[in-house]
Design a protein around this ligand. Structure first.
Ligand code: ADP
Ligand code: MG
Length: 643
């Protein structure tokens, strides 16, 4: 064991203290999961050592045993969890134990503070997992004695979970980590059990950690019931877990709860996965994989730094922890293990990117995943909807980035639509409902369903009974730019370009009528255009409108106003486009304005009115007002006349 020398005191990072406080004082019944967390850390540490030893053989002595030991001491009420893994340096302890590094933990702390009841705190512990700190759910004091592989000195860390910890130099014969828990008194009412009990420990290991690929060895008294206390201290060692890597077993041999426990370990998630996918490839290359689709998207999935959740193994040895190379980026939400027989053990990330096997693996896994999603959609639509609500955005990214699999991705997409207020639709279903003469798939992008639904651009479409897809997700704008068409039907925005509905014959007629009208109203339209020249590059006759006097549209190739707004919100802002304004000639306001223009083309109220119509058209589509001061004045003038 160790002898501590000079001791230094440290304060925990404020967040850590708060989190610890909340954890210690929350009423949480499943305290036993502390063991799963500590074993999981030990297993990770063993993985890391084994991996580093591949290139640095001096790190481990000959015959090094990769293992985890549980050593209860009933008399002193301690439980020690030891591993022969990578260990921690003094700085590691400060960085990893004294600080909340994991963004998930920070998020959890935030949510814990927001939530009021004890119940929901317990729920949150369940949702996030808090790793090492869970030790304080069962221990009043925790000590760590650890020695980083390759270093000569060891460090002792100690804390009562009260805001501070101490560090001191220590001695330890070999590299690895001992975690010594000074256990709280068993207290059935608060769900604290006797964690020195052999049966209890073996039950917990079996329940949560059976698949850990290293032996978890019980080292303590045999505890045979009824046996009289003997003077000699008998110590028994027994491996508690089966260690079988789950991904090498056939699906029929593995229970759902084993899969779930494994998922929790590899994914660092405490909720159950939505879908388990055991995969096996034989032939040109050999591969075993166990992939999971989580039930909930991590909070940082759509941020820049979100990391892959796949571990890469080569012949049962982990060679990379967060391997991004085996799946395209849009599928980064998939968690699990990929084990290939064809990879060398010491492969660098750089080489990995060029490796022929990896390219094959990536193709194959992507195909399998997309097929599995298609099946989920077919057979378990409820689950698929859950999937979509969490990861739909990621799949939409795939439309723009995975050209090769576009045909497989498009049928997986779900959309809001004018067809139904609640239910989502697929592109296929949309096409099935298209009018006989309809050629294009119509859509409209905007901030929200409500804004889109109230858009004047939908008036004639709605009147004629055409269905429109409502796209309100920011990524939709980028997606439609790559989507182009589905089953030979082009996608068409109802705010872009010229727009006629009906049979070819009807369209032709309408176009001719339009030309006539534009000729007839030419000087009026030009006068209006002159007035709005700063904002508008053309004013023309509309076939989109029924109830509204005017709306704003763009050319086919230009940004939609929604995208323009999104771009302007971004760094440096986006371009401000001059728009096209369309007028509804059948509308009484336009009629009256036209009459007035005919009797006096210099009538000053004409300019004010057209300006007001322009501003209102901006408001109607959810865009920013061009000139708030002007709008305010014009409206007040009107009001003055009306009251
Ligand atoms: P996580 O495991 O999700 O990173 P934890 O709170 O469980 O979060 O652990 C925090 C960090 O402390 C780990 O990432 C690791 O760097 C370090 N650590 C914990 N336990 C051990 C151990 N037994 N051996 C080596 N490092 C450890
Ligand atoms: Mg952990």
């Amino acid at each position: 064991m160790s002898t501590a020398t000079a001791q230094d005191s440290f304060q925990f990072q404020a967040e850590t203290t708060q989190l610890l406080h909340l954890m210690i004082h929350s009423l949480y019944t499943q305290r036993e999961i502390f063991l799963r967390e500590l074993i999981s850390n030990a297993s990770d540490a063993l993985d890391k050592l084994r991996f580093e030893a591949l290139t640095n053989t001096e790190l481990v002595p000959d015959g090094h045993k990769y293992e985890i030991r549980l050593k209860p001491d009933e008399a002193n009420r301690t439980l020690t969890i030891s591993d022969t893994g990578i260990g921690m340096s003094r700085q590691d302890l400060i960085d990893h134990i004294g600080t909340i590094a994991r963004s998930g933990t920070q998020e959890m702390r935030k949510r814990m503070q927001e939530s009021q009841s004890a119940e929901s705190v317990a729920d949150l512990i369940g949702q996030f997992g808090v790793g090492f700190y869970s030790a304080f759910m069962v221990a009043d004091k925790v000590a760590i004695i650890t020695r980083r592989a390759g270093e000569a000195t060891a460090t002792q860390w100690e804390s009562a979970g009260d805001g501070s910890y101490t560090l001191a130099e220590a001695e330890k014969a070999s590299s690895g980590t001992d975690i010594i828990l000074h256990l709280k008194k068993p207290d059935a009412e608060n769900g604290i059990e006797d964690y020195t009990d052999r049966w209890k420990l073996s039950m917990i290991v079996h329940k949560y950690s059976d698949f850990i690929p290293y032996p978890i060895i019980y080292e303590g008294p045999p505890q045979e019931p009824g046996e009289p206390e003997s003077k000699e201290i008998k110590i028994e060692t027994k491996t508690l877990n089966s260690q079988k890597p789950l991904w090498t077993r056939r699906r029929a041999e593995v229970s759902d709860s084993d899969y779930n426990d494994f998922y929790k370990h590899v994914a660092n998630d405490w909720t159950e996965p939505l879908k388990v996918l055991p995969l096996k490839a034989e032939g040109t290359f050999e591969l075993e994989a166990l992939l999971f689709i989580p039930a909930q998207a991590p909070h940082d999935l759509f941020y820049h730094g979100s990391e892959s959740g796949l571990k890469l193994y080569a012949k049962r040895v982990m060679v990379m922890e967060k391997c991004e190379e085996v799946l395209p980026r849009y599928l980064r939400f998939v968690k699990g293990v990929v084990d290939s027989s064809d990879l060398p053990l010491n492969i660098s990330r750089q080489r990995l990117q060029q490796d022929r096997h990896i390219t094959q693996i990536r193709k194959w896994l992507t195909k399998k995943l997309l097929e599995a999603l298609a099946e989920l959609k077919e057979k378990e639509s409820e689950k698929y909807l859950k999937f979509w609500s969490q990861f739909g955005r990621a799949m939409k990214e795939g439309v723009s980035s995975d050209y090769e699999n576009k045909d497989k991705i498009l049928p997986l997409l779900l959309f809001e639509s004018s067809h139904d207020a609640k239910e989502l639709t697929t592109l296929g279903d949309y096409v099935g409902r298209m009018k006989p003469e309809q050629k294009e798939i119509l859509y409209l992008t905007g901030e929200s369903r409500k804004v889109i639904e109230n858009s004047p651009h939908l008036e004639s479409v709605r009147q004629k009974g055409y269905e429109v897809l409502y796209l309100s997700d920011p990524v939709d704008e980028l997606m439609v730019q790559s989507l182009h068409e589905f089953q030979e039907h082009k996608l068409k925005s109802v705010t872009k370009g010229r727009f006629e509905l009906g049979t070819d014959e009807e369209k032709k007629q309408a176009e001719e009528q339009m030309k006539q009208k534009e000729e007839e109203y030419k000087s009026f339209l030009e006068a209006c255009q002159k007035k709005l020249d700063e904002y508008v590059k053309q004013i023309r006759v509309s076939s989109r409108l029924v109830d509204s006097p005017a709306c704003l549209v763009t050319e086919e190739h230009e940004y939609s106003p929604h995208l323009e707004r999104l771009l302007q919100k971004g760094k440096g802002g986006g371009p401000k486009q001059r728009r096209i304004m369309e007028l509804n000639l059948a509308h009484p306001i336009i009629q009256k304005l036209h009459d007035r223009f005919k009797s006096n083309s210099d009538d000053p109220t004409l300019g004010d009115s057209i300006e007001l119509l322009f501003e209102l058209a901006l408001v109607a589509e959810g865009s920013e007002i061009a000139d708030p001061v002007r709008l305010n004045r014009l409206t007040l003038d009107l009001l003055q006349k009306a009251v």
